[in-house]
Design a protein around this ligand. Structure first.
Ligand code: M6R
Length: 608
């Protein structure tokens, strides 16, 4: 995720901007840049790579000296990581800006601007916003910003410099976050509080379509019509360490809350005119038509995302999918044929077993597709085709947001494959894609609605010796992830079981009070799962049922019911995953464990 900062005051602006950007490094980035008013002119410095690369460049070329400017770290979405694509972007003579988010209609706007004679240097949607604003500016910043916002679609936060207004910075946002910090004789903008906490704890939260004007004298706010707005000053009560966690106690819970944004950032650039479009990842409809066998190979949570993918691909696109644990795949002499598609899912892109499995598949003539979060990682570099997930860096060892974006990508791929194979019409494909686009809001809703209940239920789980997670179909795939999440951070043994398989042995484990987490979100399988729940409840199990908000649950079915927002049955894992993550999180917290760094585990497993 990109990071934005801005500063105006008496300090050395370049120094403040780079130091503030360092505090946003956790968001992940592949290039950085600043723009500073120097002797009344805007001086821009950018570099591909890390902030150290930008600093080296400025040591060599000279650092802009001034007291007002904006800065940016870029996590590439439109266009490769490069100096040209990095921010700040000039829109012509009048405007220079930084941007976080996505301008969804940038293609149409770009065509319109090109027709009017404008030329572009980068591949970014940001330059389109800069050029559009530049073309709308005739000396009145608020009018120009308002007109530009009426033309752009998407989610974005912008930090803006107008060449003829050397003592001013402007900021505006829609959906993407932006705060405005204030201190004596200086003010700031930033994507997140950690960037400014060294300088001030006082800040305002900029709301949708509000414009902030920063000068050395202070900050004023107005709406898009120019009407002044009074805002409530907030005071951050965090130290620098807490600020990096966004005020949360742990990275894991912060990352659970980041899921709606992560999903939105991952899917939005891959949807064109309502249809999934993976062309930028070298995946075309024609190529998909020829796929007759898919392998999904991964480890741990990433493998569980693959399990969701298997159910969805087979259901919608009717292509057989084999999911393999990477460490098994590489030694079991898999029957790969030329032209088979082997999908490798990995957050880190460096997991030794997954990387080796991918190399093996390639050597056997398979087409490989990497679904990877870490930019430039080994799997990302070596895969034939690549879909980056845009979760931003995941710090907690227990994967949450990376899983969520991995399954989001599995859905996009399944929809496109089903369409390519002729099993769904373009109308049905658009409907599914549209429903997927509504998921970020539902995830947010699920977190709000289930958080406290999950905390209360976790109190009942802390003393358990062992748990079972049960489900059928997609609910079984999700149960595997729920079970892994719980065991890795709570250190309580748990196992995921296909609900219908219990009676073939495992049900003998059920004793009085044993917790069983039953996931039953699939309408078509609901009654069957309820029968299995009754079997365990009759033997004394304490049942926690995760179901959709509209499910009709009989009085004797569960001890606790966690209801999640309803969506298309096939997409239910995206909301139902949330309470499973929260249950694991709170159980670990209540047991006093090191939630973000569980014992014996590493974030990236680069050894066999
Ligand atoms: O980086 P990867 O996605 O390849 O990592 C694979 C597993 O090690 C990982 O998903 C692990 O299971 C999670 N940390 C569990 O939460």
């Amino acid at each position: 995720m990109c990071g934005i900062v801005g500063y105006i005051g008496s300090k050395d602006c370049s120094e403040v901007l780079v130091s503030a950007l360092r505090k946003l490094e956790y968001r992940g980035y592949d290039s950085a840049g600043i723009a500073v008013f120097e002797d009344g002119k805007i001086s821009v410095k950018k570099a591909q790579g890390r902030l150290d690369d930008l600093e080296k460049k400025m040591e060599y070329e000279g650092r802009p000296l001034g007291h007002a400017g904006i800065g940016h770290t870029r996590w590439a979405t439109h266009g490769v990581p490069s100096e040209t694509n990095s921010h700040p972007h000039r829109g012509g003579e009048k405007v220079t800006l930084v941007h976080n988010g996505i301008i969804e209609n940038y293609k149409e706007l770009k065509e319109m601007l090109i027709e009017s004679g404008r030329e572009f240097v980068s591949e970014t949607d940001t330059e389109v916003a800069a050029q559009l604003l530049d073309s709308n500016y005739d000396g009145d910043p608020v009018k120009a910003i308002a007109k530009t916002l009426s033309q752009v679609e998407g989610s974005f936060a912008l930090g803006i410099l107008f060449s003829d207004r050397a003592g001013e910075i402007y900021a505006v946002r829609r959906e993407s976050p932006l705060i405005v910090g204030v201190a004596e004789g200086e003010s700031f903008i930033a994507s997140d509080v950690p960037a400014i906490i060294k300088y001030t704890k006082n800040y305002y939260l900029l709301e949708h379509d509000e414009i902030a004007k920063l000068t050395e004298e202070g900050v004023t706010f107005c709406d898009l019509q120019g009407n002044p707005i009074e805002k409530e000053l907030k005071v951050a009560d965090w130290n620098e360490d807490a600020a990096e966690k966004g005020g949360y106690d742990h990275f894991m819970i912060k990352e659970i809350h980041e899921q709606p944004t992560a999903v939105k950032t991952t899917i939005t650039p891959r949807i064109v005119e309502g249809m999934p479009n993976l062309e930028e990842c070298n995946i075309t409809i024609d190529a998909l038509k020829d796929i007759n066998q898919i392998y999904i190979v991964a480890c741990g949570t990433a493998m569980h995302a693959g399990m969701v993918g298997k159910y969805v691909i087979e259901k919608l696109a009717k292509v057989p999918v084999i999911v393999d644990i990477a460490s098994e795949f590489r030694y079991r002499e898999p029957l790969i044929h030329k032209g088979d598609l082997v999908i490798i899912i990995s957050q880190s892109g460096e997991t030794a077993d997954s990387l080796a499995a991918m190399r093996l598949a390639k050597s056997m003539g398979a087409q490989t597709l990497g679904i990877v979060n870490a930019k430039g990682s080994s799997i990302a570099r070596e895969a034939d085709m690549l879909i980056y997930t845009h979760a931003g860096p995941e710090i907690a060892v227990a994967s949450t947001k990376a899983y969520m974006v991995q399954i989001a990508v599995m859905y996009l791929l399944s929809f496109e494959l089903a369409f390519a194979k002729g099993f769904i019409t373009d109308g049905e494909c658009c409907r599914l894609t549209d429903t997927l686009q509504g998921i970020p809001a539902l995830i947010e809703d699920t977190i709000d609605k289930t958080n406290d209940l999950c905390h209360d239920i976790a109190e009942k789980l802390t003393e358990a010796e062992s748990l079972l997670y049960i489900g059928r179909g997609l609910d079984y795939a999700l149960s595997m992830e729920g079970s892994l999440k719980l065991k890795e951070i709570s250190y309580i043994h748990s196992e995921a079981y296909a609900a219908g398989e219990l009676k073939h042995g495992t049900i003998s484990l059920i004793t009085e009070g044993m917790p069983v987490i039953a996931v039953a979100t699939q309408n078509s399988l609901y009654d069957k799962t309820v029968s299995n729940i009754k079997e365990v409840r009759a033997r004394g199990a304490m049942v926690v049922l995760v179901c959709d908000e509209k499910a009709k649950v009989g009085a004797d079915v569960a001890d606790y019911i966690i209801r999640v927002p309803q969506t298309d049955e096939v997409l239910m894992p995206m909301t139902a995953a949330v309470p499973l993550q929260l249950l694991a999180y709170y159980t670990s917290v209540l047991r006093g464990n090191d939630v973000d760094k569980p014992r014996n585990l590493a974030k990236s497993v680069t050894v066999e």
